[in-house]
Ligand binder design. Sequence first.
Ligand code: SAM
Ligand code: SF4
Length: 323
Amino acid sequence: MLTDNFGRQFQYLRLSITDACNFRCQYCLPNGYHAEHDRQFLSLNEIDTLITAFARLGMRKVRITGGEPGLRKDLPDIISLCRSTAGIEQIALTTNGFNLEKNIQHWADAGLTALNVSADSLDTQLFASLTGQAKLQTILRGIAKAEQSGIKNIKLNAVLLKHFNGQQLDEYLAWIKQRNLAIRFIELMEVGSNKTFFNKQHISGEVIKGKLLDQGWFAMPRAPLAGPAQEFSHPDYQGRVGLIMPYSKDFCQNCNRLRMSAMGKLHLCLFSEQGINIRPWLTAGDVKGTCEAVRQALTDKSASHSLHLHQTGATKHLAMIGG
Ligand code: SAM
Ligand code: SF4
């Protein structure tokens, strides 16, 4: 089992398979995607070496992310490769959902076990103005199709934004009243490129938490392999609500994940200064060397990020690493 100097154990890998994206979320890529390198993203063989190595190190859950992972044509192959790796129990995907409706059944058939779809507003026009894409309705149809696909664990991600969804809690809750889905509200994080937007739009998850508790929602115990969300349920609702509050005290104490960029760099934290290049071992198909490189790198993981001090490390936007 991978364990760091603070006794935290890592069983959850977030794997970015591309940093390209076709959306222009105002807090992430407001001017759209511009390649900063040669776009030689990890190949299927390199991903195979990576997942085999991480599974040997005790990883049990892989989340495929990006950029927009749905842009990669070999996404079903990547999912089935993870599925066929001994030790990997959960394969999750985080997507903006642009091609969900068309592809979800292929992804489910390839072995996807969990799906997170981002929708930061349930208002069609606000959604389009935030993302640069008028695709809310196709995304919602995609989610409905995902519910029929056999995937049990489906979540809708919404970054909390004062002027886009700050007043839409009731709409989100109505949406899960009769649906066995979860909504994840994520506090907007400051990154290198969104400081002005952050100052205008950031709201604390505590505001939502207070409203949920007032309306009879109650906190649930944390499941093994779960992400950092505090989860809430309510007897009158089929769905659940999760809150991810990276600015809350002790957020990093339960850190259980490592991140790989699409260019083969290991990131010990979303806000670290730099990634550690382990690609040479991946390209060589060297599972043992990859394991050693990861173990060695982990000795440098810090106790916590310094977001509250506005130190965002080298992370310009989360499309670089996958959120
Ligand atoms: N493109 C996919 C999507 O949007 O779901 C996957 C990549 S995206 C970087 C992963 C998640 O990070 C999304 O839910 C997105 O809303 C979230 N995210 C991006 N930038 C963020 C920020 N500055 N603060 C909080 N969440 C952010
Ligand atoms: Fe693309 Fe996701 Fe970033 Fe939006 S949050 S720009 S969909 S990578």
